[in-house]
Design a binder for this molecule. Structure first.
Ligand code: AMP
Ligand code: MG
Length: 520
């Protein structure tokens, strides 16, 4: 068999460990993490893997397909150099401080120094209990693991910053979950995702230390994060801490613009789910806009207040950054750099989101108030009649070649119910848009630009659910096909059009397709 890469454990060397190695739920203080090993499962079996992540990590195909791989990535063994641990963090959940949370079902196996992408951590999600499991079992079900696996790689292919996913391994064990939270728990197949990122540090790692007034460890964690992941910010200290905060603000703003651009709704933007690298992290009850409804949230737990609805995401990100600012304040002589950082967020988001909107219209930028109105008007039109966001923008290129709105007709969910004045308004908008867009290039040039900005294939909720239903019956071909299609979301893929179909009627109210609970 091919040789294995040698794992490292830099994080655990650099930061203090929980002195106890007892695997029992408890408060852990004075430590950044606890050593804990995955709990073995009955029959680990590789269901899917990401060839590009395997390549990035230097893992040969032969290694990935070996029994040994399923053993290690199912939690039944370790490779040389792995020193598994669960991280200690807290967080604000739905606007309230929740105290210690921590990796309740995630375990970092180790780190690999890659040739082109620096240091990468490999983390199992669903590998058994840790000191942070509270009352949870440390496990994950196949449906949520499949959703995380496919979406991570789909997001990466869309150009959205995200944690990556290496593998999806079935455990051969059942996990009991109450899917609808209606008092009907049932056994479901369990699975484990291996996710990959330079670090999984969240705002909550810093918040917990600040809440406990452990400023020594807080400073140590910030300094270590800066020197490892943000070396360009200079030597650790107050200046670098301020620059670190500004950079987290900038990256988070870029991330929000991406989410808004592709119609992604995270669903649980708690501060323990916010990466300091500005990556999409913790795929739970996320969803994609089918019809463009800015007030939509996929998360049933949030159905009342809709805190994490699509259009609130940038504002929530800013609120979360304010929590991080509060956590970092004790390390700085004045608060001014934190205030400046938050302004960096607002400025960057405005810039990036405007740029993204311009791109969706095939324009290099929104040049003046007329352009901004053009963009605002189309969003208003989309929201006023049930219209598929992805298919509408994808079809714009075809509407360059016509004088009417015919190519956009297929984006309506109920064409027969569209009022005549809406059709007239859309036709008038298209006329303004064509005139403006043609100033920037030929129809072919604009088409290329529009296609590069507007994906044809996104992980629609019902598509994920279809792959889940099949996988739960032991049929994996749909999962593999869906995964493949989503690797090239901006490219026309003849024969794969069914993966670009708008949400079918049967999916409108089906759990998993329109709304998801946090049960996972
Ligand atoms: P999430 O909403 O998925 O971000 O999870 C919030 C917290 O609950 C994190 O600390 C998780 O580690 C923990 N958690 C979620 N599910 C489980 C589980 N099945 N077992 C143990 N801990 C869990
Ligand atoms: Mg989480």
């Amino acid at each position: 068999m091919s040789s294995l890469p040698v794992f490292d454990a830099r994080f655990v060397r650099a930061l203090p460990a929980d002195p106890s190695t007892e695997n029992r739920s408890r408060q852990v203080t004075g430590a950044a993490y606890s050593f804990v090993e995955p709990t073995a499962v009955k029959a680990p079996r590789l269901l899917a893997h990401s060839p590009s992540v395997a390549a990035l990590l230097g893992l040969d195909d032969a290694v990935v397909r070996s029994d040994d791989f399923a053993r290690v990535f199912g939690g039944n063994g370790l490779w040389p150099g792995m020193k598994p641990y669960a991280a200690c963090y807290g967080g604000h959940q739905f606007g309230s401080w929740a105290g210690q949370l921590g990796d309740g079902r995630a375990i970092v196996l180790g780190e690999l120094l890659t040739r082109e992408h620096g240091r990468q951590e490999l983390q199992l999600k669903g590998a058994g209990p840790t000191p942070y499991s509270r009352r949870g079992d440390g496990r994950a079900v196949l449906r949520s693991s499949l959703r995380e696996f496919v979406c991570s790689e789909a997001m990466h292919a869309l150009g959205v910053p995200t944690t990556r996913a290496l593998s999806l391994v079935a455990t051969g064990e059942d996990v009991v979950r109450d899917l609808l939270y209606d008092g009907n728990p049932r056994p479901e197949p369990g699975a484990i995702v291996c996710r990959v990122a330079p670090t999984f540090l969240r705002f909550g790692n810093f918040e917990l230390l600040a809440a406990r007034e452990d400023h020594t460890l807080l400073r140590q964690l910030v300094d270590d994060t800066v020197s490892t992941h943000f070396p360009e910010l200079g030597a650790p200290g107050p200046d670098a801490t301020a620059a670190f905060f500004a950079e987290v603000c900038r990256r988070t703003a870029v991330l929000m613009a991406h989410w808004m651009r592709v119609g992604f709704v995270h669903g649980v933007m708690n501060t323990d789910n916010m990466s300091v690298l500005g990556l999409t992290i913790d795929y739970g009850p996320y969803g994609w806009l089918d019809d463009f409804d800015p007030d939509w949230t996929p998360n049933t737990t949030d159905a009342q207040s809709r805190r994490y609805r699509y259009r609130n995401q940038p504002a929530v990100a800013l609120w979360n950054l304010e929590r991080l600012a509060v956590a970092l304040a004790p390390l700085l002589p004045t608060e001014q750099p934190l205030v400046d950082g938050l302004q960096t967020f607002e400025r960057t988001f405005e810039l990036e989101y405007t740029r993204a909107l311009a791109g969706k219209l095939g324009l290099t930028q929104l040049e003046d108030q007329d352009d901004r109105t053009l963009a605002q008007d189309v969003l208003r039109l989309l929201a006023s009649v049930e219209t598929d966001m992805t298919n509408f923008f994808r079809a714009l290129s075809a509407a360059l070649r016509t004088e009417d709105a015919a190519p956009l007709e297929q984006a309506f969910y109920e064409p027969a119910a569209v009022p005549a004045d809406h059709r007239a308004a859309l036709t008038a908008w298209l006329e303004r848009w064509r005139t403006r867009a043609r100033r920037e290039g030929t129809v072919d040039e604009l088409t290329a630009r529009l296609h590069a900005a507007n994906p044809k294939y996104v992980l629609r909720n019902y598509l994920a659910q279809e792959a889940i239903d099949a996988a739960e019956q032991g049929e994996l071909s749909l999962l593999h096909e869906l995964f493949e299609v989503l690797q090239r979301p901006y490219v026309e893929q003849p024969g794969k059009e069914r993966f670009a179909r708008p949400r079918p009627d049967w999916a409108k109210d089906k759990p998993g397709c329109s709304a998801l609970s946090c049960s996972s």
